[in-house]
Design a protein around this ligand. Structure first.
Ligand code: CUA
Length: 332
């Protein structure tokens, strides 16, 4: 093992510390909170880190004191130290931490607390089905992207169709398992606008690590406009490559698995593609959202995401693929 005393050791220590600290910020960090629940969790983390550090320093101090002072035969004092330091103090500290943590739980899961918005998210292998319930209409469905108004109290209703996934937006709060056959809930209260990254936090198969989603927290008016645009049917291309691409989509049976609202494509196996061109990323965070990304995804599906249910469409001719990509990209 490299000691911190050598220059190499010191450099490694500083590099590791810098690396560790750099991961404390960014779009997927529980230590850069953008929501009320994440703030609570970050606070617990820092209190526990501070407490742990204090206890560690105390223990090391006592150990050094014992190592460098001449041996004494004060057995009564030693026994008292063991009882206090080894039994009473840890019991009191752990009980306090437990009570503090338990007291926070009702704020995260209280089903009676009024909410401004419900979002229903289903874990699939390996993507996220997102539904916004609407009064007097079918829920608005999209995939791999969630938008929220800043300042709202949002109830997430979570479930799964295949295996256990775990829904986690580190910047906004804690994680909750998505379990087949039952619905779990999570309350999140975004307090800062921005684009954040959510992930699956439970190993669910070969492409567990390729299962991310975008969370865009917007001002209320901007969010309402976005929701209105999402409610519109899929754009009909009037001419050119995109129109050709729509025919490729239909001819290859893509509509058996995917829905394009306002067209005959109404499959529910795969993600709803009505406004796929307007999303932050493709294939649940795997590729950037542009024409080349669509082209790659359609041909290299199983290579980019092992175990995914969608087959690769390697039989498409180059111009068909270009047209299909142009069409999908135009669906904003
Ligand atoms: Cu879904 Cu891991």
């Amino acid at each position: 093992m490299i000691g911190v005393r050598s220059p190499v050791g010191a450099f490694s220590f500083v590099a590791a510390a810098a690396l560790a600290l750099s991961s404390c910020s960014g779009v997927q960090s529980a230590l850069a909170p953008a929501g009320q629940q994440a703030e609570h969790l970050a606070r617990i983390f820092w209190w526990m880190t501070g407490g742990t550090l204090a206890i560690w320093l105390l223990v090391i101090g006592i150990a050094l004191y014992a190592a460098y002072t001449p041996a004494r035969k004060d057995l009564v004092g030693a026994r008292r130290l063991v009882v206090w330091g080894g039994v009473i103090v840890p019991t009191v500290v752990l009980t306090l931490v437990l009570c503090f943590g338990l007291a926070l739980i009702p704020r995260f899961v209280d089903p009676a607390a009024p909410s401004d918005l419900s979002v229903h998210v289903t874990g699939e292998q390996y993507w996220w089905r997102v539904k916004y319930p609407r009064a007097g209409a079918a829920p608005l469905e999209l995939a791999n992207e969630i938008r929220l108004p800043v300042g709202a109290e949002v109830d997430f209703l979570l479930d799964s169709t295949d295996v256990i996934h775990s829904f986690w937006i580190p910047s906004l709060g804690g994680k909750v398992d998505m379990i087949p056959g039952r619905q779990t809930r999570l309350r999140l209260s975004p307090r800062r606008t921005g684009t954040f990254r959510g992930v699956c936090a439970e190993y669910c198969g070969a492409s567990h690590a390729w299962m991310a989603f975008s969370v865009v927290v917007q001002e209320r008016a901007e969010f309402e406009r976005w929701l209105e645009r999402q409610a519109a049917p899929a754009r009909t291309p009037s001419e050119g490559l995109a129109r050709e691409g729509r025919d490729v989509f239909t001819a290859n049976g893509c509509g058996a698995c995917h829905t394009l609202r306002g067209t005959l494509s109404s499959g529910v196996v795969g993600p709803d593609l009505t406004h796929v061109g307007g999303r932050e990323s493709l294939a649940a965070g795997v590729l950037p959202n542009h024409e080349a990304g669509f082209g790659r995804w359609v041909v290299e599906t199983d290579r980019l995401k092992p175990g995914v249910h969608m087959p690769a469409f390697g039989m498409l001719a180059a111009h068909e693929l270009r047209a299909l990509a142009a069409y999908l990209e135009s669906l904003e």
